[in-house]
Design a protein around this ligand. Structure first.
Ligand SMILES: Cc1cc2nc3c(=O)[nH]c(=O)nc-3n(C[C@H](O)[C@H](O)[C@H](O)COP(=O)(O)O)c2cc1C
Length: 316
């Protein structure tokens, strides 16, 4: 039987806003949780240099803005990972999503503190490994998604992960409306995680020029940096001059991971509204997004569309 993640997480709708470095800050997280989903705060990676006191401040601010459950995303390679884990345990965070390494060293501590652990996985093998390690659920994230990506599409990944593990599976990557939620259910998921859809949200503090770029983007304008080099995790983003320049560099004979990283890092910290210089994550689901909505409007729209999609299928 399909797990009820609303019951498990104490939320109204099976919709999670994925942690997004430099994007999912306290106001957006609280807005998503207040709207009945689960907002996830991103503690960031090396592109973001806030430090543990900044993270503590953001978590406290989320608690001022909502009394609903919320989550925290942790990059396991963060130089302050131990401090972040201690903090989320102290602050009674509902769920931690993890990426960029194994959460094994912290599993016992998180569980003892009542924090549910939900690694983000790009493959069946990783999902099985995380289940064996004690994960409470997994996000199966397809290559359509924004940010760092794996290789397999959501429609192929989710049913395989759902068949391979006995913990709830959340589908992510390429979902931005209620038809996507209905499809995720059909594939065996218990809910969805979205990133790109929530970037074009009234409570998201990104400059308007980025939101407009996502609204006007077609799905094939979600470009990928890093796919031509070894030892680099590819990243999907808005097609900007900076992203195009990086991809052009990858195709030069002297291209190397170090040179790539320098260009990539310079672009990733640009979130002030300079589209030319920005390398900002965006998934293929941009092709499904045509307006900025509030978090509450996104929730209601998706649930309505999902019900309509499921009703429409009854005739089959
Ligand atoms: C701008 C941006 C930043 C992201 N940063 C992170 C991150 O820091 N950690 C993480 O686990 N996932 C990150 N993601 C992935 C999202 O949490 C989510 O899984 C993904 O966006 C889902 O695919 P979608 O964009 O098609 O909705 C990011 C995505 C975007 C678009």
């Amino acid at each position: 039987m399909r797990a009820d993640i609303c019951k498990i997480l104490g939320i109204k709708y099976p919709i999670i806003m994925g942690g997004m470095t430099l994007v999912s800050g306290s106001s957006l997280v609280a807005a998503v949780s207040n709207a009945g989903g689960l907002g996830i705060f991103a503690t960031g990676d090396k592109a973001q240099k806030g430090g543990i006191e900044w993270i503590r401040g953001e978590i406290r601010r989320i608690k001022e803005l909502t009394d609903k459950p919320f989550g925290v995303n942790v990059a396991m390679f963060s130089p302050i990972v131990k401090e972040i884990i201690d903090l989320v345990c102290e602050e009674n965070v509902a769920l931690v999503t993890t990426g960029g390494g194994s959460p094994a060293p912290y599993m016992e501590q998180l569980k003892a503190a009542g924090v549910r652990v939900c690694p983000v996985v790009p493959s069946v093998e990783a999902a099985k490994k995380m289940e064996a390690m004690g994960a409470d659920m997994v996000v199966a994230e397809g290559t359509e998604s924004g940010g760092f990506i794996g290789k397999v599409t959501t429609i192929v990944l989710v049913p395989q992960v759902a068949a391979a593990v006995n913990i709830p599976v959340i589908a992510a990557g390429g979902i931005a409306d209620g038809r996507g939620l209905a499809a995720a259910y059909a594939l065996g998921a218990s809910g969805i995680q979205m990133g790109t859809r929530f970037m074009v949200c009234k409570e998201c503090t990104l400059p308007d020029v980025y939101k407009q770029a996502i609204i006007s983007a077609r799905a094939n304008e979600a470009v990928v940096e890093g796919s031509h080099l070894p030892k680099v995790v590819p990243h999907r983003s808005i097609k900007t001059p900076a992203a195009d320049e990086i991809i052009a560099y990858e195709l030069t004979p002297d291209a190397n991971p170090k040179g790539f990283q320098a260009m990539f890092d310079a672009g990733r910290v640009e979130t002030t509204g300079n589209l030319d210089k920005a390398v900002l994550g965006m998934g293929q689901s941009a092709g499904l997004i045509d307006s900025e909505l509030s978090a509450a409007e996104i929730m209601e729209k998706i649930m309505g569309e999902c019900r309509a999609a499921l009703d429409g299928l009854k005739a089959l």
